[in-house]
Write a protein that binds this ligand. Structure first.
Ligand code: SF4
Ligand code: SF4
Length: 173
């Protein structure tokens, strides 16, 4: 008798959902808005002064588990660093977000934009011109250089939020 019970229960479930309004979303005619923190295409953002945030520190490249970020660092006359070129191979990227976590300047950010499929795989290699945008992304106010300074000015302990240097000898027994 157990099998009849299971059989009827299955049919009851089928009948229950048979006349329910379908919930199929007609993509691509309808595009469901994704949360702002969804992880898809990567951008390089700018600080509030309009300067590119990336200081070519290579941290994102080092942390990337699939080694799909590469760049060449350069330095301006005022000492500010920037990437001469910056490349991401989206054919390899697994959108893990580790590069964004590692970035000290909030330059590299993942966005909800995901429609990038290509027949030609080489078109998934994005250069700096493709990645650099004219806004600050998720945190528009942050400006790394306002805290770090481009070059060392003033004495140690005089920068914003910087503590007085510790006298190492004071730690001796
Ligand atoms: S999201 Fe992950 S895989 Fe993609 S570039 Fe960043 S660290 Fe690499
Ligand atoms: S994007 Fe961020 S982590 Fe990557 S090199 Fe530029 S500053 Fe460093």
């Amino acid at each position: 008798m157990e099998w009849i019970k299971g059989f009827l229960k299955g049919f009851a479930t089928t009948l229950k959902v048979l006349f329910r309004k379908p919930v199929t979303e007609q993509y691509p005619e309808y595009k469901r808005p994704l949360p702002a923190r969804s992880r898809a295409v990567i951008i390089l953002t700018r600080d509030p002064d309009g300067e590119e945030r990336c200081v070519a520190c290579y941290l994102c490249s080092a942390v990337c588990p699939v080694s799909c970020i590469s760049m060449q660092s350069a330095e301006r006359e005022d000492g500010r660093r920037y990437p001469r070129w910056f490349r991401i191979n989206f054919a390899r990227c697994i959108y893990c977000g580790l590069c964004e976590e590692a970035c000290p300047t909030l330059a590299i950010q993942l966005t909800p934009h995901f429609e990038t499929s290509q027949r030609d795989v080489l078109k998934l290699v994005y250069e700096k011109e493709d990645l650099l945008v004219n806004h600050g992304g998720k945190n528009k106010e942050y400006n790394f250089y306002r805290y770090a300074g481009v070059t060392m000015v003033g004495d140690k302990g005089t920068h914003i939020n910087e503590e007085e240097p510790v006298d190492l000898k004071s730690n001796l027994p």
